[in-house]
Design a protein around this ligand. Structure first.
Ligand SMILES: CC(C)(COP(=O)(O)OP(=O)(O)OC[C@H]1O[C@@H](n2cnc3c(N)ncnc32)[C@H](O)[C@@H]1OP(=O)(O)O)[C@@H](O)C(=O)NCCC(=O)NCCS
Length: 182
């Protein structure tokens, strides 16, 4: 039975577990070149096995927590986010987010989703740090992460290939102490 309960709730969006009937959105988002402009994904049309692997990760992995992002106003699912490669001894995780509906960008959804996930990571899972890597030319993403407390920690040079050239990856993180001090 599907559980559609909101798990983390903000003012603009809520996060709930990613479910099988969220998959049609995934195909649409991953195949939209506006969404993948700064990403390495989108190099080929999404295959069933790609979408199934994502669902499998969401359903089965104990080292990932994967959410659907739902607008509070109307309930539309606009993307996904989550914590991945969670290390239960080192107590760190990788943050990923994709808002796949372009008309949902720049409304603060990304910032709120990241803030909710950071609170969950530090207060509920007792993690010590959360990391991400982002195309340094993805100004919207970098700005959104900065707003919720991610700190620049370095650059991986010419790391991402997309749009016909290489881009640097900005490495960013939030430490537990920093987050809890705010
Ligand atoms: C990146 C993403 C998660 C950001 O979420 P969002 O809800 O659109 O962003 P937010 O509303 O939280 O913040 C965006 C900020 O960037 C600013 N911004 C937008 N375009 C910008 C640009 N070209 N240059 C500088 N700032 C820009 C906005 O004005 C806003 O800042 P402000 O609130 O100070 O005005 C979302 O747009 C997305 O998923 N995009 C497609 C996939 C992607 O790139 N994922 C990230 C992979 S690392």
């Amino acid at each position: 039975m599907l559980d559609k309960n909101s798990f983390l709730t903000g003012d603009l969006i809520s996060l709930r577990g990613f479910q099988a009937d969220d998959l049609p959105g995934l195909y649409r988002w991953w195949d939209d070149e506006r969404v993948t402009e700064f990403l390495e994904m989108g190099a080929r049309p999404t295959r069933d096995k790609d979408a199934s692997a994502f669902l499998e990760l969401a359903r089965e992995s104990d080292d990932a927590v994967v959410f659907a992002i739902e607008e509070k106003d109307g309930g539309r699912v606009v993307g996904t986010c989550g914590l991945f490669s969670i290390g239960w001894i080192c107590r760190r995780a990788q943050f990923n987010i994709l808002i796949g509906e372009p008309d949902a960008w720049d409304k603060g959804y990304g910032r709120e989703a990241a803030s909710l996930l950071l609170g969950y990571a530090f207060n509920k899972l007792n993690l010590n740090s959360v990391q991400l890597g982002v195309n340094a030319d993805n100004k919207r993403a970098v700005r959104s992460y900065e707003k919720c407390g991610f700190v620049h920690e370095g650059v991986r040079r010419q790391f991402i290939y997309c749009g016909g050239r290489y881009h640097d990856t900005a490495m960013m993180s939030v430490l537990r102490d920093e987050f809890l001090a705010d």
